[in-house]
Design a protein around this ligand. Structure first.
Ligand code: SF4
Length: 407
């Protein structure tokens, strides 16, 4: 969804503040893409299972859409897929955009989970990056969502915002834990070089509070403090950036079904600007050694909107298609699976890719263990807390090693 109320200073995602006149046309194009999903999957050589157990409407701020536009999107999904009765249906919302009308529209569409882009409960910090909400508005939104029956709420926080200190960060963490929401995501601020804040960090200036952005070491400390405080508050880490409370009266965590699909390499379809998809290969491609196909739509509203009909959209998607062979699938299994605290099962990977392919990684695994970045845990490999902080380095070393050994 490329529409937002304001543009955050650090963000260079294909989103912005567009006129409402564009919303309708965009929704129509996304609906057309959903309707063509079956043909698209076939044309790109993927297998499509029409049963759906997770829907996620996100990117930008979907809650700025009018209720009838939300309705059209969900209707298109329900008319073209079999949405399971227990499906997790999430919509990303910005605090301050959740009117009674929006809540009614969400409930009417079967939405049972809301992801709130809070980023900080300290008003000075959120306003410094262009957010319009306050702590009071956020707490009010949470209360109203709950009283309307949507208690499955996730809060996004950012470590490393301008003006953030250890004390102010603890305030945000305390409000988050105190709110009792079952899911929290914590990201370390990543400033896109081409964003307004990124430009100011490189070129100097004071408009976007660049002077007040904590340095990388302090941001890493804030992230570690979040892991500790959330754990103490009963919100357990299950992925590098994600934390969940245990399910009441049950086993397991209130983790995000949607995100687990990425990390465990399950197929998913994305629609709209800069939407990525992964499908297992159909029989013809599979016979040639291809495991999966990945494809994506253009990353700008202009590029996306340029496809006026189904044929033009199919051409865009075909141009973006990547064929994933066994080697690439193994690499993905490592660097996606290691994001999870439970890590990856070596037994399962051996069964899928063979002993030889996994054995080829033994040198890098031994090095990572020696460096304190990865550890064995029963038959699994998982990141240590140091490894979670330096995860990009771990993933790069796996990729490099596999490329050498498996060619
Ligand atoms: S960070 Fe999210 S809400 Fe802010 S501009 Fe980017 S997409 Fe929109």
């Amino acid at each position: 969804m490329p529409f937002c109320r304001t543009k955050c200073s650090f963000c260079n995602f294909a989103s912005g503040v567009f006129s409402r006149a564009l919303f309708d046309r965009y929704v129509g194009q996304v609906c057309a893409e959903i309707e063509a999903a079956n043909d698209t999957a076939r044309d790109l050589g993927g297998q499509l299972d029409c049963r759906v157990d997770s829907i996620y409407l996100g990117g930008g701020t979907p809650s700025v859409l009018a209720p009838d536009q939300l309705q059209r999107l969900f209707r298109a999904v329900r008319e073209n897929f079999e949405v399971e009765r227990t499906a997790e249906i999430t919509v990303e919302c910005a605090p301050g955009t959740i009117s009674g009308e929006v809540i009614d529209a969400l409930l009417g569409r079967g939405v049972n989970r809301v992801s709130l882009g809070v980023q900080s409960f300290v008003d000075k910090e959120s306003s410094s990056v262009g957010r319009l909400h306050s702590r009071a508005i956020t707490l009010d939104d949470i209360a109203r969502l709950r009283s309307s029956g949507i208690g499955n709420i996730s809060i996004d926080l950012i470590a490393g915002l301008p003006h953030q200190t250890e004390e102010s960060w603890q305030l945000s963490l305390g409000e988050t834990i105190g709110s009792g929401v079952p899911h929290v995501s914590v990201y370390m601020l990543e400033v896109d070089e081409d964003s307004r804040l990124g430009t100011e960090l490189l070129a100097g200036g004071s408009r976007y509070h660049a002077h007040f952005v904590p340095d990388d070491d302090r941001t890493a400390d804030l992230y570690l403090a979040a892991c500790e405080s959330l754990e103490q508050g009963g919100v357990q880490q299950y992925e590098i950036s994600n934390f969940a409370r245990p399910v009441t009266h049950g086993i397991g965590l209130r983790d995000s079904k949607h995100n687990l699909k990425y990390w465990t390499r399950q197929p998913y379809l994305g629609f709209g600007v800069d939407a990525h998809s992964m499908l297992f290969a159909g029989d013809d491609l599979h016979a040639t050694g291809i495991e999966a196909v990945r494809f994506a739509t253009p990353d700008s509203l202009e590029g996306y909107s340029a496809a006026n009909d189904v044929a033009a959209r199919a051409e865009q998607l075909l141009a973006s298609r990547t064929l994933v062979n066994a080697q690439a699938a193994l690499e993905e299994s490592f660097f996606l699976g290691l994001r999870l605290n439970r890590g990856v099962s070596v037994t399962a990977l051996k069964a899928q890719f063979g002993d030889q392919a996994i054995g080829s990684c033994s040198t890098v695994i031994a090095e990572l263990i020696e460096d304190g970045l990865v550890e064995h845990w029963a038959d699994r490999l998982r990141l240590t807390s140091k490894g979670r902080l330096l995860s990009n380095e771990v993933f790069a070393r796996f990729l490099r090693e596999e490329t050498v050994d498996l060619h």
